[in-house]
Design a protein around this ligand. Structure first.
Ligand code: ADP
Length: 611
């Protein structure tokens, strides 16, 4: 916008320059055209004037040679002769279309005239004061312009001497009316002035200028003009003409038009009509020049306006383009800023994430460390537990072995004493006791052996009925002695289970044996075995109506060497070993709370028929 504002004075300056230059050029060109036209008009006008003058110029000379006129001077004679002369001159005047034709004697007295029959005839009047008469008397062609003293009409006079044998007798004069020249030559575009040698305008196309002068008249000239009565009653005031400047083909002048009071410009051109002693002025109206200048200025202003409009439109277009570019640039910058902010935020977030990550990694490391410490602690605890278990086991085994060993020692001492006394029966009984004790110790060794064993043996598909029958057979003497009522509930048809028959039997024997021991104090001793077929498994539950198991002990009963039984009655390994056997067979054992006594449930994998 600022650039545009700066352009305005420049534009105005250029416009003023263009207007000035254009105006001057148009003015000069217009003036030139006007001058050419003026010249042409002037030439035409002058040739017209010359034509008029030449038409009459030779007529007086011709008339002067007329014998009738010469004779008349030689013998002035009677009234009739004058009348005849008058008639002759009238005829000549009519033919030549002149204003007046008349004959003067040497004294300047008019002897005969074509206007003899008019109210103001020249006959008898003396015009000796007129220059044309004087010129004729000098033997020359007299020519003169003057306002008629009699007729008050402007006239141009030609006078020629009438001679006889070289002697001037008088003069014949022809007067032409000027009015018709003016009437025949009125032009809208130019005014014409014909000025006499004194500078008096005697022919003009503009009536108020008549008998005005081109410049101030010399007093002597004024006096002479008055004497010759050339322009009687004429004011002879100069025209209000101010010269502006000269140009090649004339002058530019300003003239106050008295009729309208306006000051108008004209191109003034002059030409001389030497023979007549006149100067002819053409005053071409300035309007075409002014019009041309105005049109040129309007054209320049129009062109400048058009140029300004074009520049404005171009500027507007540029502004729009700039605004669009600014908009795009702003958007791009905004996007870039948003992008940068995003990047900064990403970097910040990344830094925060990295920090969080580091913290997490640190936490993980700490956790790992803690876990490691925990694992270590657990390992240490396990190790301690193992040591404790080993200690406990040692205590139990020591206890279990020391008891029979002490008994064996005492039975052996007894046997030795009874043998010395030869009491063989007593020896035998003591040896029997020793045998029983060694068997019991063997059983303990056997149990420990199973516990130490890595695998539970080979698995087969075994019939549960068969296994249970075997167990029942083994338990039959104990059952009979205990007075327990045992009931078995199991499906008649039952597919085999995946198990090791001997070990499974051991588990069942252990569970039934525990149940019989648990109901020992009950009035009605009841143990029931129930087999349930599940989708993939077979469940076998051993339920008794004994005192049950305190829930607080529930977990501990599967620990090795946990027992509530009196020494010699239980090692606390039965359930531990059973759990281990079931685990090896892919099954499991658990204590089920039924609300009555204790209920142990074993899960066995069913052999599903392939058909
Ligand atoms: P033991 O029979 O040699 O004690 P077990 O491992 O077989 O070892 O049993 C561990 C303990 O579980 C028993 O001492 C007893 O307290 C408890 N127990 C096992 N079976 C029963 C049951 N049917 N009723 C009540 N208590 C039982």
């Amino acid at each position: 916008m600022r650039r545009f504002i700066v352009l305005i004075p420049t534009f105005i300056f250029a416009l003023v320059l263009a207007l000035g230059a254009g105006g001057i050029l148009a003015y000069n060109h217009g003036l030139d055209s006007l001058a050419k036209e003026g010249n042409t008009r002037m030439e035409l006008y002058i040739s017209y004037l010359r034509g008029v003058l030449e038409k009459y110029e030779s007529l007086p000379e011709l008339l002067a040679t007329n014998k009738q006129l010469v004779n008349f001077f030689q013998n002035p004679g009677s009234r009739e002769r004058i009348n005849a002369l008058n008639l002759y001159l009238e005829t000549i005047n009519t033919i030549s279309d002149a204003s007046d034709t008349y004959l003067m004697n040497r004294d300047g007295l008019t002897i005969a005239a074509s206007n003899w029959n008019t109210p103001k005839p020249f006959v008898g009047r003396n015009f000796s004061y007129r220059p044309y008469f004087k010129q004729a008397m000098e033997g020359k062609l007299g020519r003169y312009f003057a306002l008629g003293t009699t007729s008050s009409e402007r006239g141009y006079y030609f006078a020629y001497p009438v001679r006889y044998e070289g002697k001037i007798l008088g003069a014949v004069v022809i007067k032409i009316k000027i009015d018709s020249i003016e009437e025949n030559w009125s032009d809208q575009k130019a005014d014409f002035l014909v000025v006499d040698p004194d500078g008096v305008i005697f022919i003009t196309t503009r009536e108020p200028w008549r008998f005005r002068t081109m410049g101030s008249l010399d007093p002597q000239v004024k006096k002479r003009l008055a004497e010759t009565q050339r322009y009687p009653n004429a004011s002879l005031l100069p025209l209000n003409l101010v010269e502006q400047h000269r140009v090649e083909q004339g002058k530019v002048i300003q003239l106050k038009l008295e009729e309208s009071g306006k000051i108008k410009s004209f191109l003034l051109q002059e030409a001389a009509m030497d023979q007549a002693g006149w100067k002819v002025y053409a005053l071409s109206k300035f309007k075409p020049v002014e019009t041309q200048v105005i049109y040129t200025l309007i054209s320049i202003v129009g062109a400048a306006g058009l140029a300004a409009l074009t520049i404005l439109l171009y500027w507007q277009h540029q502004q729009q383009v700039a605004e669009r570019q600014k908009f795009i640039e702003d958007n791009r910058r905004m996007l870039q800023e948003a992008n940068e902010q995003l990047e900064i935020r990403v970097v910040e977030r990344t830094a925060a994430l990295t920090e969080t990550n580091d913290q997490l990694r640190q936490e993980i490391a700490e956790r790992q460390k803690t876990e490691e410490e925990l694992r270590k602690t657990r390992r240490e605890l396990i190790h301690a537990a193992k040591l404790a278990a080993l200690g406990q086991m040692s205590t139990v085994i020591t206890h279990e072995l020391n008891q029979p060993l002490a008994a064996i020692r005492s039975y052996t001492d007894n046997a030795v004493q009874f043998l010395a006394k030869n009491r063989i029966d007593n020896v035998e009984w003591n040896l029997e006791q020793i045998k029983e004790l060694t068997e019991r110790m063997g059983g303990l060794a056997m149990q420990l052996k199973i516990f130490a064993r890595k695998s539970s043996g080979k698995l087969n598909i075994v019939p549960l009925h068969g296994v249970l029958d075997g167990a029942m057979e083994m338990m039959a003497p104990v059952l009979a002695k205990s007075g327990v009522k045992l009931s078995i509930d199991m499906p008649q048809e039952l597919e085999g289970v995946r198990a090791n028959a001997v070990l499974l039997q051991q588990v069942l024997v252990n569970l039934i044996s525990n149940a019989i021991q648990a109901v020992a104090e009950q009035d009605k001793k009841k143990v029931s075995i129930e087999v349930v077929r599940e989708e993939d498994t077979v469940l076998l539950r051993v339920q008794d109506n004994g005192p049950g198991i305190d829930p607080a002990m529930g977990r501990r009963i599967f620990e090795p060497f946990f027992t509530t039984k009196d020494p010699g009655k239980g090692l606390g390994l039965g359930l531990t070993i059973s759990a281990r056997i079931m685990e090896d067979m892919g099954g499991r054992i658990r204590l089920v709370h039924t609300g009555v006594g204790a209920c142990f449930e074993i899960t066995l994998n069913r052999e599903i028929s392939q058909s």
